[in-house]
Design a protein around this ligand. Structure first.
Ligand SMILES: [Zn+2]
Ligand SMILES: [Zn+2]
Length: 372
């Protein structure tokens, strides 16, 4: 049985509302009304709570039913149209059944286009602490993408076609933010080489030093994405985010965007944060060894302490393209516009381009031969 799902409707005309990053309000494209996040939160609070409760209860009931069946030696009943790791919802607007990943938290109905939120995905322990609302809209993302493709003559058409660019999606990606502190105690063998002339001799003196540096580095909000689907390198590349604009979490920032809840837990992400913090601590402390001709590290002791951890949703524009059996991903920071992508070179276009240059050249050569 499909789980509970909610959409935000315009109080004036019941049209679907979407969050507009530029104005920071929820807008209705049907009647042109707009509402603050606070107004919509107040209107929807009870409805969302009820939907979340119903969703959680239903999940628990299904799990209990399956357990009972298993204990009784029966094969547990399941809906065989829905694969493992997927969940089904009914669109509250048109009633169509939506089959989503079990991590999907906000989406839009493919039949009627209505933005929907799955409140159970943010219930209890799964509730994020903060959300960074989108600031750059779809037009800005499409413009950035076109700029990025501009001048890349060997780009396959599959990437730059306008209907493909239209497919770019705004996604709230789950992140863990780690605070912490690192202690480094580093030892180096260092030398200082000086040289002077003494009569007929050039004298070179090498002084040897045992250098030791100890220091403590404080970290705040090292981001690590908590979604297995998101390539870590792309997520690292679109940093930094300006965390001063974080807002207390609310699903009212989500209509019109996609959202995922985390599927990589805090402990696992903590390892990546620790690696980053430990590399940075070492670099910062080592950078204070100055004024020597050479310095070779001979020993180190690093201790990391984890501080507060927050679960947040960060805004990212994403477009993935399948081409020649490979996938390519374009990602743009939905707050700052910083972007990253990987582009293939189309050999068909390469030869086409080469042909365009080669042909006039051949004509000139032919002309020269004729003159001779
Ligand atoms: Zn309206
Ligand atoms: Zn629908």
């Amino acid at each position: 049985m499909p789980s509970k799902i909610t959409n935000y409707q315009c109080p004036a005309c019941t049209g679907p509302l979407r969050y507009d990053g530029a104005s920071g309000k929820l807008c209705c494209d049907f009647c042109g009304s707009s509402y603050t996040v606070k107004e919509i939160e107040a209107l929807y609070k009870d409805k969302l709570d009820q939907a979340a409760q119903a969703d959680v209860q239903q999940q628990a009931a299904q799990a209990a039913q399956a357990q009972q069946a298993e204990a009784a030696g029966e094969v547990s009943w399941s809906d065989d149209r829905i694969e493992e790791g997927m969940r089904a919802y009914n669109c509250p607007s048109c009633g169509a059944e939506l089959i989503c990943d079990e991590t999907t938290a906000a989406t839009s109905c493919p039949y009627c286009g209505n933005p929907t939120v799955v409140p159970g995905q943010f219930h209890g322990m799964l509730k994020p602490d903060y959300i960074l609302p989108f600031k750059l809209d779809k037009e800005a993302a499409k413009k950035a993408l076109r700029e990025y493709y501009k001048g890349k003559r060997l780009l396959p058409k599959a990437f730059s076609a306008e209907n493909h660019i239209e497919e770019i999606k705004g996604v709230y990606v789950p992140f863990w933010l780690f605070d912490g502190q690192g202690d480094a105690d580093l030892r180096f063998k260092a030398t200082k080489v000086t040289s002077h002339r003494s009569g007929d001799y050039q004298v070179t003196i090498t002084d040897h030093y045992d250098v030791r540096r100890a220091g403590t580095v404080d970290f705040s909000r090292i981001p690590v994405d908590g979604s297995r689907k998101m390539p870590d390198a792309h997520m690292d590349a679109i940093e930094p985010f300006d965390y001063r604009e974080l807002k207390p979490f609310s699903t009212a920032y989500m209509p019109g965007f996609l959202a995922e809840r985390y599927d990589v837990d805090m402990e696992e992400c903590s390892k990546r944060a620790k690696r980053r913090a430990s590399n940075t601590t070492e670099q910062i402390v080592a950078s204070t060894v100055r004024g020597y001709s050479s310095a070779t590290p001979v020993g180190k002791n690093l201790v990391l302490r984890r501080g507060a951890v927050k679960y947040v949703m960060l805004p990212v524009w994403l477009l993935s393209t399948r081409w020649n059996g490979q996938s390519f991903l374009f990602a743009m920071n939905g707050q700052t516009g910083k972007l990253v992508g990987d582009l293939p070179v189309s050999m068909a276009r390469y030869w086409g381009w080469f042909g365009a240059i080669a042909a006039p050249l051949a004509a000139i050569l032919a002309g020269l031969l004729f003159l001779l």
